[in-house]
Design a protein around this ligand. Structure first.
Ligand code: AMP
Length: 173
């Protein structure tokens, strides 16, 4: 994954001062790096009983849909509020200032399913922790095989928020 890591671009002070934004657009635009990333995930899960890949809006959708296609599973969307058209479950979580909410369709998952949850970056862990709560509180008997990230920002210790869920990050900073 070293060659993939090289292609991720740092954008200082975006979207606000003090944040170094990990820009994955050069990776997505590079056919070799993008295919390598998805193939590596495909190899990891090919012999696991995955029923669905859950992607977190918005960049998580890119990896979730490519991986779901590669594995031959369904792809489920966890979205920001007000975007999903059918009945939803919701989970609200705290940000540095204020709150945010994630939503999922009430019929998105079925009892007994094995899933992977994927997002591009694990930073503070707030989004993924809310996503895991959203799934675990509202659906019975769902086995979260792993929470998967393209990038983990180790110094933010987001993994501590994700408690018992196994975590796999392809690239660490
Ligand atoms: P968090 O809830 O703090 O783990 O991060 C939430 C979301 O913000 C993730 O889905 C990332 O897409 C995005 N994000 C946070 N920090 C960064 C960063 N430094 N570079 C790129 N995306 C980020």
């Amino acid at each position: 994954m070293e060659s993939v890591k090289q292609i991720i671009r740092d954008i200082p002070d975006f979207p606000k001062e003090g944040i170094i934004f990990k820009d994955i657009t050069p990776l997505l635009g590079d056919p070799v790096a993008f295919q390598k990333t998805i193939n590596s995930l495909k190899d990891r899960y090919a012999d696991k009983p995955v029923d669905a890949v859950v992607g977190v809006e918005a960049r998580g959708f890119i990896f979730a849909s490519a991986l779901a296609y590669a594995l031959g599973t369904g792809m489920i969307m966890v979205r920001k509020p007000g975007k999903l058209p059918y009945k939803t479950f919701q989970e609200t979580y705290s940000l540095e200032y204020g709150t945010d909410t994630v939503e999922i369709h009430q019929d998105a998952l079925r009892s007994g399913q094995n899933i992977i949850v994927i997002d591009d970056v694990l930073a503070t862990g707030g989004t993924l922790s809310a996503t895991l709560d959203l799934i675990q509180k509202n659906f019975e008997n769902i086995n979260i095989l792993e929470a998967v990230f393209l990038i983990e920002l180790d110094f933010l210790k987001g993994r501590e928020k994700l408690k018992d869920t196994p975590i796999y990050s392809m690239i660490h900073y």
